[in-house]
Design a protein around this ligand. Structure first.
Ligand SMILES: Nc1ncnc2c1ncn2[C@@H]1O[C@H](COP(=O)(O)OP(=O)(O)O)[C@@H](O)[C@H]1O
Ligand SMILES: [Mg+2]
Length: 323
């Protein structure tokens, strides 16, 4: 059986700007694929092509087995789309706006009222149902935007930076709504926020300069980090030199970083020489020695480091912040 979304070798240029430079991937039902990349990486352009709003220069997009270029009407009927910035009609109410969207989607009669009631429930919009959209908070407005994307209960959801501009509580709420919808849909969500990948996505594609430079689960991407299996130790400053020297002499340690912290503490990070765990040997050494240790932790890898190393030079503005 084919995947819900199958994208093959998409390319799109605007004049001399190559926005999308050979992107291919698939997404199945139940998956939430994150497009992670700095501003200008080509995320929105790819999404606009996927939703049939922009023709590619070359390449193909199939939605539930339907080619979006050759059969745009049935393909688009399977897609819900939240465009970047989530434009809405400010003077309409959620009731009138979503009713209008239902009409466009060909939902009529009893089915329409039922579906709108269900959408209001899923997106928690009942209390503002008859209030002009322009008077709503950003969080409610975004939920109206998400609601218009799911009115026709699509198999595929494409959400362009759905949490952009929201406060932390609103972000968490939108992430929860997206996770709740994932069970029976294939979802693609773009973000430039690293922590979002952990919070929402089952898989992430890191996009830089119009190309996918890495594609995997959050754990697989973290494993690409030089911090994968590293060990970080907080020690009293007086013991730092002696401890970092001792760790550096361990045969399976490639290098040691030291970082002074507040309160006369130093953080020492030991990087493994191979891809193997080094925490066992280090723990044994710490127990046998007399260093004044505050904390020891095993690192699974740092997504922000992977992101920066893969997108370096491809961003005017790359946002860190996973930790
Ligand atoms: N309609 C357009 N005309 C000209 N250039 C565009 C257009 N849309 C996007 N671009 C350019 O294509 C590149 C990718 O943009 P975009 O897909 O919006 O990136 P992202 O969503 O990752 O921030 C950028 O250099 C952007 O300036
Ligand atoms: Mg964008």
């Amino acid at each position: 059986m084919s995947s819900r979304v199958e994208v093959h070798d998409l390319r799109k240029s605007f004049g001399t700007i190559v926005a999308v430079d050979g992107i291919s991937f698939t997404v199945d039902s139940g998956e939430i694929l994150g497009f992670l990349g700095p501003n200008g990486a080509g995320k929105s352009t790819t999404m606009r092509i996927l939703t049939g709003y922009l023709p590619p220069d070359s390449g193909s997009v199939s939605i539930c087995g339907i080619d979006i270029l050759h059969r745009p009407v049935p393909a688009k009927a399977r897609i819900g789309y939240l465009p970047e910035g989530a434009p809405l009609y400010p003077e309409m109410t959620p009731a009138s706006f979503l009713g209008f969207v239902a009409d466009i989607r060909g939902i009529t009669g009893n089915g329409k009222a039922q579906r709108l009631a269900r959408v209001a429930e899923i997106m928690h919009l009942k209390e503002v149902w008859h209030q002009p959209i322009e008077t709503l908070s950003k969080g409610f407005k975004r939920r109206v935007g998400l609601a218009q994307a799911i009115v026709h209960d699509p198999d595929v959801l494409i959400l362009d930076e759905p949490t952009d501009g929201l406060d932390p509580n609103q972000k968490r709420e939108v992430r929860q709504l997206v996770r709740d919808m994932a069970r029976d849909k294939a979802i693609i969500i773009s973000t430039h926020i690293l922590e979002e990948v952990h919070a929402v996505c089952t898989r992430a594609a890191i996009i830089s300069r119009g190309r996918i430079v890495a594609d995997g689960t959050p754990g697989e991407l973290e494993a690409m980090s030089e911090y994968n299996h590293a060990v970080t130790i907080q020690v009293r400053a007086d013991d730092a030199v002696s401890l970092s020297g001792a760790i550096a002499r361990l045969p399976d340690v490639r290098k040691v970083d030291t970082l002074p912290l507040a309160d006369r503490l130093v953080e020492i990070t030991a990087f493994p020489a191979g891809g193997e765990r080094i925490i066992t040997g280090i723990s044994r050494m710490l127990q046998e020695g007399s260093w004044d240790i505050v904390e020891v932790r095993h690192e699974s890898g740092r997504l922000d480091e992977v992101f920066l190393s893969l997108t370096a030079g491809g961003a005017e503005e790359a946002q860190g912040g996973a930790r």
